[in-house]
Design a protein around this ligand. Structure first.
Ligand SMILES: [Zn+2]
Length: 360
């Protein structure tokens, strides 16, 4: 068993490994084509969905990767490794597992957090009939986020103002202003969109079909970029009533942005909203596993650089290539020790989810 081999250097390779591993076990896979975009190598983009377990199972565990595009290297590696080791064939009774590979295939392929419309999908799952939420704190920092140049005086001036902002208000206030989600600037970062994205609609259909009548639904959504290097923080998301259940299943280190115990700021429009609405009669235990890569300010800077590159830069320039590497490094530590930490914690969390679901 070579853990590093579960992980892939590109979306296309990751997808092929996932499909091959499912094929070897004769697990059927649904391929949902995103016809609104193409991949970095011109390839077709798919959200692939594999279901294991009885069709009428009342307990369903959803394990998803790539909600934030390039963060998908991590979750894909765990999904592929568990398939290659045939770790889903002996499921508890009345239990199904739904593996969703590349919730945001555009971002995975292009190694971006956002989708083809610059939308952060974990800010997109809102009830749009109620109007768009406001984030005036983001509006204040938006002009600093996209300076006119990246290596010149405009950037230097913007950076000074950001440093002043952090010195005055604190890093966590800056993080909340920037990453809480915004629906004003479609060329900005952490933009949640003006309506449901392709992923939003597709994911809802998938959950409705495979878990719509479930009685107990658990979600483990894999992320990277927050917290200490390689550490997997279980962040509880969703209805408050499920938090104590999540702590029973996964232990006391389950954190909650609302309670201020998480490395994540409080955010709106996360995918669990869509998942839980499509399984309305189930109990919901939704957790994001967040693995650390680089310090948070470096991750935020990388996302800012990525946004600048696509709005004002040239991807094919030397500067563009350097930014692409910076962004990739913020999502994915291509190192054996990091992958081992991802893997060990990942399978442990999934096993705890299956035990917990079976007690539900
Ligand atoms: Zn993420």
């Amino acid at each position: 068993m070579n853990i590093s081999n579960y992980f892939s250097p590109t979306y296309a390779v990751a997808r092929q490994k996932f499909l091959d591993a499912c094929n070897a076990l004769e697990i059927p896979v649904e391929n949902h084509l995103n016809d609104e975009a193409k991949g970095a190598e011109g390839e077709e983009l798919y959200m692939d969905v594999a279901r294991i377990g009885p069709i009428n199972a009342s307990k369903v565990l959803i394990i998803s990767s790539g909600t934030h595009g390039g963060e998908g290297f991590c979750g894909s590696g765990v999904q592929v490794g568990m398939l290659q080791n045939d770790m889903f064939t002996k499921l508890p009774q009345d239990t199904a597992v739904l593996l969703i590979h590349a919730i945001n295939p555009y971002g995975f392929s292009h190694v971006r957090r956002v989708n083809e419309n610059n939308i952060d999908l974990n800010r997109n799952f809102l009830d749009y009939s109620k109007g768009l939420p406001e984030n005036p704190a983001y509006a204040d920092v938006h002009p600093l986020i996209i300076p006119d140049d990246w290596d010149g005086p405009a950037r230097a001036a913007a950076d000074t103002k950001i440093e002043d902002y952090i010195a005055d208000k604190g890093l966590s206030t800056y993080q909340a202003a920037v990453s809480g989600g915004q629906h004003i600037h479609e060329d900005g970062i952490f933009f949640g969109g003006f309506g449901p994205s392709w992923t939003n609609k597709t994911l809802r259909n998938v959950v409705s079909k495979h878990a719509g009548s479930s009685k107990h639904l658990a979600l483990l959504d894999f992320h990277t970029g927050l917290g200490p290097y390689g550490h997997g923080e279980p962040i509880y998301v969703g209805n408050p009533e499920g938090l104590s259940r999540a702590m029973e299943w996964y232990g006391d280190d389950v954190t909650s942005p609302e309670a201020g115990t998480s490395s994540s700021a409080v955010v709106r429009g996360t995918i669990d909203n869509g998942v839980t609405q499509m399984a309305p009669n189930a109990s919901h235990t939704c957790v994001a596993i967040e693995y650390g890569t680089l310090p948070v300010i470096e991750v935020l800077n990388a996302l800012r650089a990525d946004n600048w590159l696509y709005v004002k830069g040239d991807k094919d320039s030397e500067q563009g290539k350097a930014i692409k590497k910076q962004v990739r490094d913020a999502f994915y530590c291509d190192a054996d020790d990091w992958k081992e930490m991802i893997w060990t914690r990942g399978i442990s969390m999934i096993q705890m989810a299956l035990v917990g679901l079976n007690k539900a």
